[in-house]
Design a protein around this ligand. Sequence first.
Ligand SMILES: [Zn+2]
Length: 422
Amino acid sequence: MIFIIPKVNLGLKIVCVFAFLISGIMTSHTFWQISDTHVNYCYRGSTSNTAANGCSRGTGNTGNIGDYKCDTPYWTFRSGIKQMKEIDPNPDFILFSGDLFGHKDTTSFALLKVFEKTIVTIKKHFPNIPLIYSLGNTDLWPRNNFSSETHEDYLTEISTIMSDDFDDEQKKTWNKYGYYSTIIQNKLRVVTLNTIIYYVNNKLTKGLGGDVYGQLAWLKNQVKLAKENDQMVIVHGHVPAGIRKNGYSSYKTHFNNYVVDKFNSIESEYPGIIKLYVFGHKHRDTLRITHAGTPMLCAPSFSFYYNVNSALARHFQYDLNNKVFTSYQNYWSDLNEANEDEKIIWKPLYNTTQSPMNFNNLNNENWVDFIYELEHNNDTFQIWYERRKAMYPMPICDELCKKDLICLIKTLTKTEYFDCME
Ligand SMILES: [Zn+2]
């Protein structure tokens, strides 16, 4: 490849060529990650205080833009997709990390209708942009429950609705098991897992030990193929590894120790190939870390459900030539303000390049250093804590609360967590 650099002196030319030779040309690429949209297509706002929260009944004090106890009105979701398009209409791809169905809708018939309308809305605003979808626990009927045996037809219907985004090769694993991989510009492999098979509330795979549906062997092979083809990997899914807690007394893990051990062993066998794990499900901006220090990033939700402000979607920048994820930008919108104005606008919340993170990229060592900072610098911790629910007012986090949150970041199994809390 020959580069002609006009009107610069020879010294500068040599410096430019030398910089290219040692580092490769930086190529800035982007993608969006949207998660937990939970659209309720029957939502009706109301200012009547005569009944409990109505959400879709037009009763209770529910704003037209949304409510912290309700699923998302369609028009709010559509405004969000429009704003994503205004910010970046040409990402390389969009990750949709699951849970597009509402918490309050209840039939399997509605499921595919909701699915189709949600996908069509995104595609209308982002035609020709690959959309990569991961199955969420609310995207199933009965909710939370998946088995290959009972859901093959349903998965096939999904890949038919998303026919632009599934080729025949991808359908082979998706239609049967709900996992598949996508290659972006020959340099990035997005490996989308079906995490619902590990989900603690999934009764259909409960008790199945070992490598359920061969997903982990398949993941390992994807990482091996990535290495052979000089690609980097994002592991994508809905439910993250790590502890799930209700208060201080209930501890469960979605992924059992067998699965977590496999994740860690794949990373030791193929170091540096998996750059990021990205999930949804938590509705809060959540961080976990593997033994190798690779970040598991749970995007905050689009939905307000579970008392959070909408975080719109997460916008990532990456450099394909140098195989580096550079940064991400989070957004937020104050729901009370939006309901007063009867219109919702999302504002930037934080960027990983800015204080207190100041990351030059999203590589492991920056996360390891940041977790150390969270543990030892209270100002950094408080800033991070306030951002978790996209600036929804949070109670004061005392020393025990702080220790608990830090241990949840640093551990993926119950044994590790309890050792950390000692
Ligand atoms: Zn959700």
